[in-house]
Design a protein around this ligand. Structure first.
Ligand SMILES: *Cc1c(COP(=O)(O)O)cnc(C)c1O
Length: 798
């Protein structure tokens, strides 16, 4: 089996989907190319081939679960969720309504069924046990006479916990107070991926079992609903009928239809079956058996690995003996637990590690894992002790699935989930444990807050501006301001910085190098003499167009008019902006061809849009404030304007399309230290361009090492004649790992930064700043503030 890229990937998201073996894809391809499969249910031979294959596969799948076809029927659906909805459809249609009870470990797709009835209840273990012991929870739901549906997962997709299959039988046997029939729905989607499911006893089997085949075989993307025939009558209540499920339909003058009555699946499989996916199951079953022999073997293999992973993580300790991982999963051997480990990371001081930050590093180290709420609201709430009011507070304070800010009120909002599958190896598990130990165990983290390499600078270093760069098109290459040129600084940043951006044609989302690394090779040059932005591409483009010229003047005829079509709302970092979109297909195709994504060029009006302006998000970080006392103020320059000092004021700093603040600066001395650390571990030094700073500050002569990371403690700067306020350190992501010359991604510098420059779980390098306009109005510098390469830089420390 081969992984798509390079083979260095470590795939630990089998609960998301397991991987599709190469031999399966090949076998399926051979099957497809040597047979002719038509739309089933007609007389042609291609149609007949499909029909008979589908019926064979249906039987094979039932046999895979030891389900006797005279007791069970299999309905093909898109995925487990579609199976759940089909069951919900039937109950919703029941003339007396229905009561719905679901276990708290349920997947979101099971939880959602509750919206189909006013009578629903979420049960924990105790409530289920009480029910089995005779305490009927449906009495809480008020008087009504419809059937009862009890749903639960065979295995939690969040922490791998396995719930006993006996409940299906036990609960069904519980007579409800008013003799209402009770049905059981088992969500086996997570369970069957690494466990045998045995339905050989139809008396004890659940009435409805749903699953997704891609979770077992990796392919095809298909689901199944296994119905116990004794429960089939409930589907008579289903109202909707789709093509293929009826024998006759009368529309004109009278409305009448006759559902197909021979086989249950015929009346439930709406529309054309996913013929080729079903046929692929044949190959999937063959290959799975060849590679792994049986589900029993898969189960043994994965529980062994899962125990090793669990124990490895559980025994990791910080140097002060505090655990590194807080685990929510049980080891596979003791209780029934699938090969899924859910946990969070804690610092040696007990602080939680942000999931978003963890993912950045995991991605660079090529681990494929999942973090967050994992579609399991009840499981997350109980593992993390989140009360409903806390979850609602988090939601109303802006938290969304996948948000950056994922520690709220001192609690994590999700978990890290590692899940194993049939192809997982000891090496996968050990590498993951080593990764956690290397980056999250305190003994191995040299750069904790107390050891910022920071000494009081003895001599005033001669700081100067080494280079000035603007990025006319957001996320594309930079334009180096030539030596000697004066460059205007504005409240919202350097002139011409991030004035343009590329937006996706479909979503309006601004494109970023993170997803499209080749953007680094798109090089805009500002040519004031010719009055245009000259764009070239360093790689080879599909259409071979080498250069593009975009007028610097914002001639309205270049843009889509508001009247003709409502301009699409564009988004930068999730914020809505209204940029002007270029109409020229030559312009838009130039970028689309290079990046191989349908996109358009957009321009942000200079100076912004009044109230619709975007504002800086940068602010001082905690690590920047801690060392105040031991940093002596070595130099303070006269005549400096007092910078605005309230946080709120700095947060209202206007920006154009840059991510966080008007101007980003880096200190070359810090980069030298960083590069020394990278080289000492055998890595290659990174160039300043990787950080995409506007201003690179270097020191002349002075011992640069003693000056490294002093920018953490600057409060303001004077560059030439201009004053700047520092807005806080720049939080980094793995975008710094894209080589701006080759657009290739590597691990550095993020991996070393994560070890040396991580504060509060976040990684920082460089500093945000903004220009402070002069109070005076009568000088040239005040009226047209500029900076120049080579300008002297004076620092005012915090
Ligand atoms: C994956 C999963 C689902 C959803 O499966 P789909 O294929 O997305 O419909 C439901 N329940 C559990 C337990 C799962 O693991």
């Amino acid at each position: 089996m081969k992984m798509a890229e390079g083979g260095n990937e470590i795939y630990l998201d089998h609960a998301g989907t397991t991987l599709y073996p190469k031999s399966l894809v090949e076998k399926f391809a051979a099957d497809m190319t040597s047979n002719l499969f038509g739309n089933p249910h007609s007389a042609s031979s291609s149609s007949q081939t499909s029909t008979s294959r589908i019926e064979d596969v249906r039987l094979r799948v039932l046999q895979f679960f030891h389900a006797d076809p005279s007791e069970f029927d299999l309905v093909f659906v898109a995925n487990a969720t579609a199976g759940i909805k089909l069951v919900a459809d039937a109950f919703r249609g029941h003339e007396r309504g229905f009561s719905y009870l679901y276990h708290q470990a349920s997947h979101t797709s099971l939880v959602g069924v509750r919206e189909e009835t006013p009578h629903s209840l979420c049960l924990d273990d105790a409530a289920v046990h009480n029910w089995l012991g005779g305490k009927d929870p449906t009495t809480e739901l008020g008087q009504h006479a419809g059937p009862v549906l009890f749903a639960y997962p065979a295995q939690s997709n969040m922490d791998g916990r396995r719930l006993t299959l006996d409940w299906s039988h036990g609960i069904r046997k519980c007579q409800s107070a008013s003799d209402r029939p009770i049905f059981t729905l088992l969500d086996a989607a997570a369970f069957v991926s690494t466990s045998p499911l045995d339905l050989s006893n139809s008396e004890t089997a659940p009435d409805f079992t749903v699953l997704s085949f891609y979770k077992i075989f990796g392919f095809p993307d298909l689901g199944g609903l296994i119905v116990r025939r004794q429960a089939a009558s409930i589907f008579a209540s289903r109202k909707y009928f789709g093509g293929g499920t009826v024998d006759m339909v009368v529309c004109v003058r009278e409305q009448w239809h006759a559902p197909k009555s021979q086989a249950l699946h015929e009346s439930l499989e709406d529309g054309t079956l996913p013929v080729h996916s079903i046929i692929a199951l044949d190959s999937a079953l063959d290959v799975h058996c060849q590679l792994f022999t049986s589900m029993r073997d898969v189960a043994n293999h994965t529980s062994f690995l899962s125990r090793r992973l669990h124990d490895g993580l559980a025994t990791l300790r910080h140097s002060n003996n505090k655990p590194v991982c807080v685990l929510y999963s049980q080891p596979a051997c003791t209780s029934g637990n699938g090969p899924v480990i859910a946990f969070n990371l804690q610092s040696h001081l007990g602080g939680w590690v942000s999931l978003a930050e963890f993912e950045k590093l995991a991605v660079l180290k090529r681990f494929h894992i999942r973090t967050g709420g994992l579609c399991n609201p009840g499981g997350i709430a109980s593992s993390l002790s989140l009360e409903p009011w806390e979850m609602k507070r988090n939601f109303s304070s802006g938290f969304r699935c996948g948000a950056e800010n994922d520690i709220i009120g001192g609690k994590p909002t999700g978990v890290i989930r590692v899940s194993l599958g049939a192809i997982s190896t000891i090496s996968d598990v050990d590498k993951f444990i080593e990764f956690i130990a290397e980056f999250y165990r305190a003994a191995d983290i040299p750069g904790s807050v107390s050891s910022i390499p920071l000494q009081a600078a003895q001599d005033q270093p001669n700081l100067y501006v080494k280079s000035i760069t603007v990025f006319p098109i957001k996320s594309c290459g930079g334009f180096c301001v030539p030596a000697g040129a004066t460059w205007e600084v504005r409240e919202e940043g350097l002139a011409w910085d991030r004035e343009w951006c590329l937006v996706h044609r479909g979503t309006g989302q601004a494109l970023s190098q993170k997803r499209y690394p080749r953007m680094a090779l798109i090089r805009p040059v500002i040519d004031f003499t010719k009055g245009h932005l000259r764009v070239s591409y360093l790689g080879s483009s599909k259409n071979g167009e080498s250069e593009l010229y975009i007028p610097l003047s914002a001639n309205p005829s270049l843009f889509q008019t508001t009247a003709a079509s409502k301009p699409m709302a564009s988004r930068v970092c999730g914020e809505e902006i209204s940029a002007q979109i270029y109409t020229s297909s030559k312009v838009n195709n130039y970028f689309s061809d290079i990046l191989d994504v349908p996109c358009m060029l957009a321009r942000f009006p200079p100076g912004g849009l009044g109230n619709r302006m975007r504002h800086a998000k940068a602010h001082l970080q905690k690590h920047q404030k801690v060392n105040k006392t031991h940093y002596k103020v070595p130099y303070r320059f006269p005549g400096m304007n007092t910078p605005p000092d309230s946080d709120s004021e700095s947060e209202r700093q206007r920006i154009l399309l840059s991510n966080e603040s008007p101007i980003l600066a880096i200190n070359l001395s810090s980069l030298e230290i960083l590069n020394r650390q990278i080289v000492s571990h055998g890595g290659r030094p990174v160039s300043p361009e990787a950080f995409r700073a506007n201003i690179v500050i270097a020191s002349l002569g002075a011992d640069s090492q003693s000056f490294a990371y002093s920018e953490d403690h600057w409060s303001s700067l004077k560059i030439g004649q201009q004053d700047f306020k520092m807005l806080g350190s720049c939080r980094r992501c793995h975008m710094v790992c894209i080589d701006q010359e080759t657009a290739k991604k590597s691990e550095e510098p993020f991996v070393t930064l994560a070890k040396t420059r991580r504060f509060d779980g976040k990684v920082f390098f460089g500093t945000h700043m903004c220009h402070i306009p002069s109070q005076r109005t009568d000088t040239k510098e005040a009226q047209f503030p500029t900076i120049t390469v080579g300008d002297e830089v004076l620092v005012d420390p915090v």
